[in-house]
Ligand binder design. Structure first.
Ligand code: ZN
Length: 327
């Protein structure tokens, strides 16, 4: 069984100029689609679970499904797929402790809505418990805009990470990786029309990521793994299919993949992807219902949903993250 922490993954990713994909999981088809893609591409993998996912599917189901995916990978490919199981956006010590006690190998404690001092104190407390149990911790400085499960931050309340704070935060907390805010955003509506320009086709073009802040943080924390949240690219082919088959997602826009590729080549070792999974699955299921209005067996539409997730994840591993063949 190859449930591992992200320590070795991040070390190799930093040195190799690529990033590990951290994909959010909620049910069996999503887990299967992602792990099959990682298996075929021989990619190290982080499967992450939000508190919303734990409420939806229950901790034990997600753990057992991930264990099943690893066992399946071993049997069918004779291959030990290294998977890190991570808590996304833990907001209390108790939630982090519950995931550590329940077999996760990595947790995020998100104290970014608190004062700098309170963020340090809470993060430090989680790090002490986690490290005692062989588990690694991701902290956060700076606040992303957008909506993701229980996290909802307006654009006015979002703020970039202040590079002058990172050394003190990392040394006082002992965190193993740091999520930063450089202009990514949670959800499928990452930017308002006011923040963007429009291209010739009328599609929104978001403001570029603040690579100057990323570079300054990397300079202050040499070799230290940086994490990007809210990094779905909201592929317009999915939005188009959703809108074509009865959906309504005007002006959904994400982070251009070329900018994510650039970040992955530097200090960014973990890139979080959730909305793109939701879009891939929903587009495929909407199209299926549009083309087969008589179908009512869930397997008929969940199968293409799973295939669509797998194809999207393969594309990310190879062309965006650069982690194919690194497991
Ligand atoms: Zn996030």
């Amino acid at each position: 069984m190859a449930i591992v922490t992200s320590t070795e993954m991040f070390k190799k990713a930093y040195e190799g100029g690529y990033a590990i994909g951290a994909f959010n999981v909620n049910n069996m088809e999503i887990i299967q689609g992602i792990t099959e893609a990682a298996m075929e591409e021989r990619s190290p993998l982080i499967l992450q679970v939000s508190s919303g996912a734990r409420k939806y599917a229950k901790h034990v189901y997600l753990m057992k499904l991930i264990e099943a995916a690893i066992e399946d990978a071993e049997q069918s490919a004779g291959f030990d797929l290294p998977i890190c199981i991570h808590l996304d956006h833990g907001d209390t010590f108790e939630l982090c402790k519950s995931c550590i006690d329940g077999g996760f190998t990595s947790v995020m404690i998100d104290g970014s809505s608190k004062s700098f001092e309170d963020n340090i104190a809470l993060t430090r407390k989680v790090v002490e418990y986690a490290h005692d149990h062989g588990v690694v911790v991701e902290g956060e400085l700076g606040t992303l805009a957008g909506v993701e499960d229980d996290v909802n931050v307006s654009f006015e309340d979002s703020s970039y990470t202040r590079p002058e704070e990172v050394e003190e935060f990392v040394s006082k907390t002992g965190v193993d990786s740091l999520a930063i805010a450089i202009g990514t955003s949670h959800g499928a509506y990452k930017f308002t029309a006011d923040q963007c320009t429009r291209n010739e086709e009328g599609l929104l073009v978001p403001p570029p990521l603040r690579f100057d802040i990323l570079e300054e943080i990397a300079r202050r924390l040499p070799g230290f793994p940086i994490v990007l949240h809210g990094s779905s690219s909201v592929p317009q082919e999915f939005v188009k299919i959703i809108n074509e088959f009865g959906g309504k997602m005007p002006d959904a826009v994400g982070i251009p993949e070329s900018q994510l590729r650039q970040a992955a080549q530097g200090a960014v070792c973990k890139i979080n992807i959730d909305s793109d999974l939701r879009l891939a699955m929903t587009a495929s299921i909407r199209r299926h219902f549009g083309q087969h209005p008589d179908h009512f067996d869930p397997r008929q539409y969940l199968k293409p949903g799973r295939e669509s997730i797998k194809a999207m994840v393969r594309h990310k591993l190879v062309n965006v993250l650069g982690c194919a063949g690194k497991a």
